[in-house]
Design a protein. Structure first.
Length: 442
C-alpha cells in the first residue's frame, strides 16, 4: 500500500514536471487562474456526466425571451459596417478568447485526470495545456510585434511629417526673403516711376511751350487755310470711297438720299457732296481743341510711318476712333469681302493698304487742325447749319461748284462746319438751292 502510494506519487511528480518548463509558463498559468477566477474547482467524480461542450449559456424556457433579445442585439451589431482594421482586431480577439477557453478546458481535464489518477489521461491533458500555453504565447508575441510595427510606423510617419514641415518652413523663409526683396524692388521702381512722371510732365510743358512759340505767329487766317486743306483732304478720301461703292454695286442715289433726304441737287454729280458731308460730320464729332505734340507728322509723305513708330500715340488713337465711325462694317465687308481692316484697327494695328492710307492722310489733317486750334484759339467754338436754314453770307459759303449761281436762298445741308474765333470767324461750307433747279431733282 505504501509502495503503491510512493509509485503513484512518483508518477504524479513525473507527469507534473512538464507544467513547469520555466518561470514564464508558471506565471502564465497563475495569471490565467486569476483571470478565469478559479477559486476552487475541486475534482469531478467519474460518475458525474460533465458536458464540457456546454461552455456557453443553454437556452431554456426561462431564459428564452432574454436570449432572443441578446441575439437581436448581436444581429444588429453584426449588421453594422466596420472598417478592415476593426475586422482584423475582432478576429484577433476571437482567437485570443478561443485559446483562453481551450486552455481552461484543458486545465479542467488535467485536474479530472488526477481523480482517479490516470497516467495516460494526465499525459494527454498535460500536452493539451502546454499546447494552449504555447498558442497563447504566440498570440502575445504577435500582438507585441504588431504594436512595435505600429509604433515604428507612427514614428516614421511623424519623422516624415516633421521633415516635410521643416522643408516647408525653409521654403516659407525663402519666400519671405524673396517677397521682402521684391517689396524693396517695387518701392524702388515706384520711386523711379514717380521721378520719370515728374520729368515727363516737365518735358510735356516744355514741348507745349515750344509748340506755342512755334505757332505764335499764326492767326485765324492761317487756321482758315488749314480748314480749307481739311475740306480738300475729305474730298480726296471721298473719291476712293465712292469708287469702291460703285465697284460694289451700291445704289449711289439711294445712299445719298439715306445720308441727306429731300435735297434738290443742281446736278446729279453734286451728290458727291452728300458723302463728303457724311465724312465731315463723323470726323468733327466730339471735336476737341486740345494742344498735343505735333512733331513732323505733317511733313511725312506717309503718315502710316508715324502710326507704326508709336501705335499708342494720341494720333493713333484718333485714327482708330474715327475709322470706326466713318467706315461702317457693312460698307467695309461689301468693299473687301471681310472685316480685316476693322479688326486690325480695333486691335491697335494699322494696315498698310491704299484705302487705309488714304483715310489716314485725311485724318491727319483733321487731327492737326484740332491740335493747332488748341494752341492758337483754345476758346474757339465750332458751329453748324441746319437743313432749310436761310443762307447768310456772313456765316456761310457755298461749295465751289455752286459759286456760278446768283440766286441762293435755301440751305440743303452743311458740308463743312464753321469756327468762331476771338479775332474773326471761319465760315461754314454749305450746299444750297433756290428751291428748284432746271435740271435738279431729288
Amino acid at each position: 500500500m505504501g509502495l503503491d502510494s510512493d509509485n503513484q506519487g512518483m508518477e504524479f511528480a513525473a507527469c507534473s514536471k512538464p507544467l513547469k518548463p520555466s518561470a514564464n509558463v508558471s506565471e502564465i498559468v497563475s495569471k490565467f487562474a486569476k483571470v478565469s477566477k478559479f477559486r476552487s474547482i475541486g475534482v469531478f467524480h467519474t460518475s458525474e456526466n460533465v458536458n464540457h461542450g456546454h461552455v456557453y449559456p443553454v437556452i431554456t424556457g426561462d431564459n428564452a425571451r432574454l436570449m432572443d433579445g441578446e441575439c437581436g442585439e448581436d444581429v444588429r451589431f453584426c449588421a453594422k459596417k466596420i472598417s478592415p482594421e476593426r475586422a482584423v482586431l475582432f478576429v484577433e480577439l476571437v482567437q485570443l478568447f478561443d485559446t483562453l477557453l481551450a486552455l481552461k478546458i484543458a486545465y479542467v481535464k488535467f485536474q479530472e485526470a488526477h481523480v482517479p489518477y490516470d497516467l495516460v489521461r494526465v499525459g494527454f491533458a498535460d500536452e493539451e495545456v502546454m499546447l494552449q500555453l504555447d498558442r497563447l504565447g504566440k498570440i502575445k508575441k504577435a500582438y507585441e510585434e504588431k504594436q512595435l510595427r505600429e509604433a515604428n510606423a507612427i514614428s516614421a510617419g511623424l519623422a516624415r511629417s516633421l521633415a516635410e514641415v521643416k522643408v516647408m518652413e525653409q521654403q516659407l523663409e525663402k519666400l519671405k526673403s524673396q517677397a521682402k526683396n521684391k517689396g524693396k524692388k517695387v518701392a524702388s521702381l515706384r520711386k523711379r516711376l514717380q521721378e520719370l512722371g515728374t520729368k515727363n510732365t516737365k518735358l510735356a510743358q516744355e514741348i507745349e511751350e515750344r509748340e506755342r512759340e512755334r505757332f505764335a505767329g499764326l492767326n485765324h487766317y492761317s487756321l482758315e487755310s488749314l480748314v480749307r486743306a481739311v475740306g480738300k483732304a475729305i474730298h480726296d478720301f471721298a473719291k476712293p470711297l465712292i469708287a469702291l461703292m460703285k465697284h460694289s454695286d451700291w445704289d449711289l442715289d439711294q445712299a445719298a438720299c439715306a445720308i441727306q433726304s429731300s435735297v434738290v441737287y443742281a446736278k446729279r454729280s453734286h451728290k458727291k457732296y452728300a458723302f463728303e458731308a457724311y465724312i465731315a460730320r463723323r470726323m468733327f464729332r466730339g471735336f476737341l481743341q486740345q494742344p498735343c505734340f505735333l512733331g513732323n507728322i505733317m511733313k511725312l509723305d506717309d503718315p502710316i510711318v508715324a502710326l507704326t513708330e508709336d501705335p499708342q500715340s494720341s494720333f493713333a488713337e484718333f485714327c482708330r476712333e474715327k475709322y470706326m465711325l466713318v467706315v461702317h462694317p457693312r460698307m467695309e465687308e461689301s468693299f473687301f469681302g471681310n472685316l480685316d481692316h476693322r479688326n486690325l484697327v480695333a486691335n491697335g494695328m494699322h494696315p498698310c493698304t491704299p484705302f487705309y492710307r488714304a483715310f489716314v492722310r485725311m485724318a491727319r489733317c483733321v487731327w492737326y487742325l484740332q491740335a493747332l486750334i488748341g494752341y492758337i484759339e483754345p476758346e474757339a467754338e465750332i458751329f453748324g447749319v441746319k437743313q432749310g436754314a436761310e443762307f447768310v453770307h456772313v456765316y456761310m459759303e457755298v461749295v465751289d461748284e455752286l459759286k456760278e449761281y446768283e440766286v441762293m436762298d435755301k440751305v440743303e445741308f452743311m458740308v463743312m462746319p464753321g469756327f468762331i474765333l476771338r479775332g474773326g470767324l471761319i465760315r461754314s461750307q454749305v450746299y444750297v438751292s433756290e428751291g428748284e433747279f432746271s435740271n435738279g431733282g431729288r
